[in-house]
Design a protein around this ligand. Structure first.
Ligand SMILES: Nc1ncnc2c1ncn2[C@@H]1O[C@H](COP(=O)(O)OP(=O)(O)OP(=O)(O)O)[C@@H](O)[C@H]1O
Ligand SMILES: [Mg+2]
Length: 345
């Protein structure tokens, strides 16, 4: 009886701790949070002023003493203390303050993280309030999240194009057979747009404006109807505000460089995949996840670069957390089965 009451209150959670966004999945409830990975602090007192959505609003707009930081860079922890604040916020809000016992938390990490980086994620999660912390590799979580048969002896390929990095992997029997992590993602696309506008128009724009351009008119394959967008910034020469009109063709040119790095990572993964598994991947298509999957034409671009069939996940921003959540439900299931058999004995 006590055990039932106990399990009712314990909500375990899966966290996709991303460079751009962090998501929380709670057992038996599903995805409950989706917030930018940003922490705002008062530099004088060191006090945390806001986390998540509220903190993102402050980026680039804060008065002197307030600093909005992104604690993760290129998929890994860049600022341990700030990551802890972010995790504490996610865990507390995820529990809605109702947990009587601290939750077990499974966190997704890039496939190629070092032992030190893995340890840092585990320590930060425990210090942020988890009773136990487990890690799951992002490509495995992404593949589970999009419903690929990862446990079977057949090759499934996912390419997760996130904010800070791209993870490509072929998975079979629950593990990564071949993979490649490239430190290039959506942030680099934003930077490429900033550079393009500086070089061609002498105009200074912020990264948030560049992201708006990428989402608004960005593409990596010719569009049936090309798009355009007005962009405002500051003229480098006069120092005054100026507005220009950008077209989807020129944004596509600006994105060529980061896209070439992403394509090279995908090709290298395929080159290191045993031939038997390549056949499976062709049958099932390469699946693109992460925010980059929303970039217009990315499926056709990757298909052209690899000669393989490609499709984008339906809900690409949630693939990793959904997969990590499903893995978590299974841990739960396994534990319940173990408990039941213990009671039966
Ligand atoms: N419609 C869109 N078109 C192009 N890019 C988009 C779109 N929507 C979101 N993005 C980009 O997707 C990225 C965020 O994706 P995601 O949430 O998968 O990253 P993340 O998991 O936080 O990062 P990482 O996995 O690298 O740690 C951002 O760079 C964002 O600008
Ligand atoms: Mg991610």
């Amino acid at each position: 009886m006590a055990r039932n009451g106990y399990s009712f209150f314990v909500r375990d959670m899966a966290i996709d701790l991303g460079t751009a966004n962090s998501l929380v999945y709670v057992t038996r409830r599903g995805v409950v949070m989706f917030e930018p990975s940003v922490v705002a602090i008062d530099e004088v007192s060191g006090e945390v002023l806001a986390v998540g959505n509220e903190a993102k609003q402050m980026i680039g707009r804060t008065p002197g003493a307030i600093r909005a930081v992104r604690p993760l860079k290129q998929g890994v922890i860049a600022n341990f203390e700030m990551t802890k604040h972010l995790l504490r916020y996610l865990i507390r809000r995820g529990c809605r303050g109702r947990a009587l016992v601290r939750p077990r938390v499974i966190v997704s990490v890039p496939a190629d993280v070092t032992e030190v980086e893995r340890r840092a994620v585990i320590d930060a999660t425990i210090e942020a309030g988890a009773r136990a912390a487990f890690l799951i590799e992002e490509p495995v979580a992404a593949a589970i999240g999009v419903g690929l048969p990862v446990q079977e002896p057949t090759g499934s390929m996912v390419v997760d194009v996130g904010g800070g990095m791209t993870n490509a992997a072929v998975i079979s029997l629950g593990g990564i057979v071949s993979g490649c992590s490239v430190r290039v993602g959506g942030d680099d696309m934003d930077e490429a747009i900033v550079r393009h506008v500086r070089r061609n128009y002498n105009l200074m724009i912020g990264e948030r404006t560049a992201e708006d351009v990428k989402i608004g008119i960005g593409s990596v394959w010719p569009l049936q109807e090309e798009l355009s967008m007005e962009v405002r910034g500051r003229d480098y020469v006069t120092g005054l505000p100026k507005s220009i009109t950008l077209t989807s063709q020129e944004v596509r040119e600006a994105l060529a460089e980061p896209m070439a790095s992403i394509a090279a990572g995908v090709r290298s993964t395929l080159e290191n995949t045993p031939p038997e598994l390549i056949g499976d991947v062709i049958d099932k298509e390469i699946v693109i996840t992460g925010g980059g999957a929303l970039l217009r034409g990315i499926d056709r671009y990757i298909s052209k670069e690899t000669g393989m069939p490609v499709r984008c996940a339906d809900n690409p921003l949630m693939s990793v957390v959904m997969g990590a959540g499903r893995a978590l439900e299974e841990i739960d299931l396994l534990e319940r089965v173990a408990n039941a058999s213990r009671r039966a004995r």
